[in-house]
Design a protein around this ligand. Structure first.
Ligand SMILES: N[C@@H](CCC(=O)N[C@@H](CS)C(=O)NCC(=O)O)C(=O)O
Length: 337
């Protein structure tokens, strides 16, 4: 069958860039309000999902908390707003949220056309396929003519169409907005396969409980999905804070500083550690933050390895390229000086 190209708007839902305001002061607005507002999914184990006490847990939730800790010295000064793939960009553009940490892929059009910037990439992901084991499919190349479920407004829709077209495979796409509808479509066999970021497939399998064992992830990874923190364009101060808060967590991993041992780094003689702890230099002031901002981030959520182990390792996903460069990955921290 012929495959209709997905609309250009599908991946960049949120309309064109709003006209830039004279001066956006996100940090000032957050401080005046007394808390930081972070856009997440809110329904995704491993990324953002309330625990039995109603506390939001996961990698995206921790990325949000790290920014609250940098600004206030208190990771609890954050409120989470749950967003879908369709509502995420309008919510950030309109100022309903200060930042987006919702496993959102950094792409050219999202940055150039939506009035948004990506301040950090905290997970290098890629798109995969999940199929029912009983179908006996072992490779995505065997999916000729398959009905494939995909989320509306995600990069996955366009990647899937590209993949099937370039391999001359027939495709019957079923475009669905919400994750619970995907779950229903899979269990009622409305779709043969589901495609999304590999981490989301892992998250979905986990959320299905024992029924998740009936599905396999296929070996092909068909795209690059660098998942990043999104902020509004035109506020360099806030962009810098979000970017360097992430770099502080990477730096801590490089230096061996953890949530548990950070107290032992006080009053060390090592110049690099002293700068990190805010005992020398003026890194905090350069960002408009307290001298201890980076130490506060690590005290609150830990370093990048701790974030990964707490939320993503439990989904059964290997860290791979998300390890530090010195450990064989591609993550490394630019100098904090
Ligand atoms: N990283 C991709 C995918 C992110 C995404 O939104 N995924 C979908 C599939 S799990 C989703 O959450 N849709 C369900 C919803 O919005 O409730 C992107 O930025 O487009």
């Amino acid at each position: 069958m012929t495959i209709a190209p997905p609309s250009a708007q599908a991946q960049t839902q949120g309309g064109p860039s709003p006209s830039p305001s004279d001066k956006i002061d996100t940090l000032g607005a957050i401080k005046a309000r007394g808390y930081f507002i972070c856009g997440v999914a809110g329904d995704r184990p491993g990324f953002s999902f309330p625990d039995s006490k109603g506390v939001m847990q996961g990698l995206d939730a921790d990325i949000c908390r790290s920014v609250a800790a940098a600004i206030f010295g208190d990771p609890e000064k954050v409120r989470f707003t749950s967003l879908t793939s369709l509502t995420r960009f309008p919510a950030l553009q309109s100022g309903e949220v200060d930042m987006l940490a919702r496993f959102t892929t950094w792409t050219l059009t999202r940055e150039a056309s939506l009035g948004l910037d990506v301040a950090s990439v905290y997970f290098y992901d890629g798109q995969g396929f999940m199929v029912k084991k009983s179908l006996g499919v072992k490779s995505a190349l065997e999916l000729d003519g398959a009905t494939v479920c995909v989320n509306q407004g995600s990069t996955g829709e366009a990647n899937m169409v590209d993949f099937f077209r370039s391999h001359n495979l027939g495709l019957k796409p079923v475009v669905i907005e919400k994750i619970e509808q995907i779950r229903d479509a899979l269990s009622s066999n409305r779709c043969d396969a589901y495609t999304n970021d590999a981490s989301q497939l892992g998250s979905l399998k986990l959320s299905m409980g024992p029924a998740g064992d009936e599905y396999d992830l296929l070996p092909e990874i068909i795209s690059k999905e660098p998942l990043g923190t999104f902020v509004r364009k035109g506020d360099q101060r806030f962009f810098d804070i979000v970017r360097w808060t992430y770099i502080a967590m990477l730096t801590a991993e490089e230096l061996g500083i953890t949530k548990a041992n950070i107290v032992t780094f006080r009053n060390t003689r090592d110049p690099q550690n002293q700068r990190f702890m805010g005992e020398t230099g003026d890194l905090g002031a350069a960002l408009g933050l307290d001298a201890q901002w980076a130490a506060n981030v690590i005290k609150a959520v830990g370093n990048t390895a701790e974030l990964w182990d707490r939320s993503i390792a439990v989904l059964g996903i290997k860290r791979g390229v998300n390890r530090l460069l010195k450990d064989g990955g591609i993550q490394y921290a630019p100098p904090m000086r």
